[in-house]
Design a protein around this ligand. Structure first.
Ligand SMILES: Cc1ccc([C@@H]2N[C@@H](C)[C@@H](O)[C@H]2O)cc1
Length: 449
């Protein structure tokens, strides 16, 4: 291995209680809200083809004109309690909220810049009420923070000259000040979700970022920081020059999900997902495919089955309300979670052979395995192959506990579970209670006729 000062400082997963709680979340909510929500991807009557929260990067938009959106920020219908209640009903266990996106506008009254809610018609802090409303419902809060800040004149994409270096040193202090300010103002925040860290200017700050990360962790023991915050001294991001993940969980799964367990390298990770193809902030026009409740439930199941969390994005409207499509999805997911959340919370990779009918989730620390069924075979028989000498002691339908199944043994530790009905309106969960029967050799269920 290469000697590194600023690479990964821990090999393997964190084993402390804060991280074990994070690992168990299963389902999360992302909230992208800010000035970009006002134009919602449209400028001078023309629709921006990219993500609405990137409107300021569009050449047709002058920074001055965009920044003057601050004087229009007045979400009269904003109610932190109702957002948190929607999230609670949906069954999320954590929420990631944009404090400052790339445009530099702060949803908290930062004392290090005037470009904040304090100088908008709304005047009031947004982050504080949100943290309070979510905490009250037992939903942990992670603060999203963009290092890249298009508003701050000291921001640089790269450092080429002495002026660049002097300006960027000021920018680094500004960034440190804002992060320590956020941790001070919102001490219950469980973690920070960094973005906007790919440009050379920041990638060259291995030592500074490493010491800032250490300072934040010292200030907030247990703080959870993802792999995207900093680069090592060779500019390697997410995984250092020795291939070890930096930070506490892998943040690379943005709008994509790993296919197999090998893809996650034994690390914690979360997948952040948009409802349309690629819109995080509120966008008037949702082009292309809008994901359905069942699609999102399958993504959730797949993430949890591969040791990850699934975080669904909401882009609130400029008036502070949530759009109908998102409320409908929150309701649909919440109804399913109301019946099946036991298969999601405290779930982990079960280590079984993947079957076409769906996903296995093992309840951490137990012998309970959940079968999350999305694809019912025409045979109506769900194939289950267990490690040798593992028997099934009980099988039942989570949504209908009276519904027991008697698996048919079709081979060594191989079973068919014959479903009682052919059509299902929603994905469903079958619970397998397994037992180690290496002691006795008798099979639990009748052999294939
Ligand atoms: C190329 C690219 C840069 C930044 C992003 C930001 N990360 C997501 C979590 C959103 O905040 C998006 O604006 C997306 C794509």
């Amino acid at each position: 291995p290469i000697a590194l000062q600023h690479g990964a400082h821990r090999i393997g997963r964190r084993t402390d209680a804060d991280m074990e709680k994070w690992r168990a979340y299963g389902l999360g909510q992302f909230i992208h809200w800010g000035l970009y929500s006002i134009p919602a991807g449209e400028w001078n009557g023309k629709q921006y083809s990219g993500a609405a929260e990137w409107l300021k990067s569009w050449k047709e938009v002058s920074a001055t004109a965009y920044d003057s959106l601050m004087y229009q920020f007045n979400p009269t219908k904003f109610n932190a309690e109702s957002w948190a209640e929607t999230a609670k009903q949906m069954g999320v266990k954590y929420v990631t909220i944009t404090t400052k996106h790339h445009d530099g506008f702060c949803l908290w009254p930062s004392k290090y810049t005037n470009f904040t809610v304090a100088n908008s018609p709304y005047k009031k802090d947004i982050i504080g009420p949100l943290v309070k409303a979510y905490d009250k419902r037992g939903i942990d809060v992670i603060l999203y923070f963009s290092i890249m800040d298009w508003h701050n004149p000291d921001w640089r994409y790269d450092i080429k000259t002495r002026e660049d270096s002097i300006a960027f040193d000021r920018f680094k202090q500004f960034t440190r000040n804002q992060l320590l300010e956020l941790l001070t103002l919102y001490p219950t925040a469980k973690g920070l979700w960094f973005d906007g860290t790919w440009d050379k200017s920041w990638v060259k700050q291995a030592a500074f970022a490493d010491s800032l990360e250490k300072e934040m962790r010292a200030m907030r023991p247990g703080l959870i920081i993802g792999s995207r915050f900093r680069a090592d001294e060779y500019g390697k991001r997410h995984f250092d020059s020795n291939g070890n993940m930096m930070g506490d969980y892998e943040q690379g799964w943005e709008r994509k999900i790993p296919e197999k367990i090998a893809d996650v390298h034994g690390n914690d990770w979360d997948c952040v997902m948009t409802v349309p193809e690629n819109q995080w902030g509120y966008s008037k026009v949702w082009k292309g495919h809008i994901k359905t409740t069942d699609e999102l439930l399958e993504m959730l199941a797949k993430c949890v089955s591969l040791d990850g969390n699934f975080v669904l994005n909401f882009g609130p409207k400029p008036d502070g309300t949530l759009r109908t499509e998102e409320l409908d999805l929150a309701k649909g997911i919440g109804e399913w979670m109301g019946i099946n959340s036991e298969a999601i919370y405290n779930g982990e990779y079960a280590g079984l052979v993947k079957q076409d009918w769906g996903y296995y989730v093992k309840k951490t620390g137990t012998n309970k395995i959940y079968m999350l069924v999305f694809n019912v075979p025409v045979s109506g028989a769900l194939n289950v192959v267990l490690p040798s000498r593992t028997a099934i002691s009980k099988v039942y339908d989570l949504g209908n506990p009276g519904q027991n199944y008697a698996p048919e043994e079709i081979g060594t530790s191989a079973y068919f579970i014959h479903l009682k009905q052919q059509t299902f309106k929603r994905p469903f969960v079958i619970v397998l209670e397994t037992a180690d029967n290496s002691k006795n050799s008798g099979a639990q269920y009748q052999k294939a006729k």
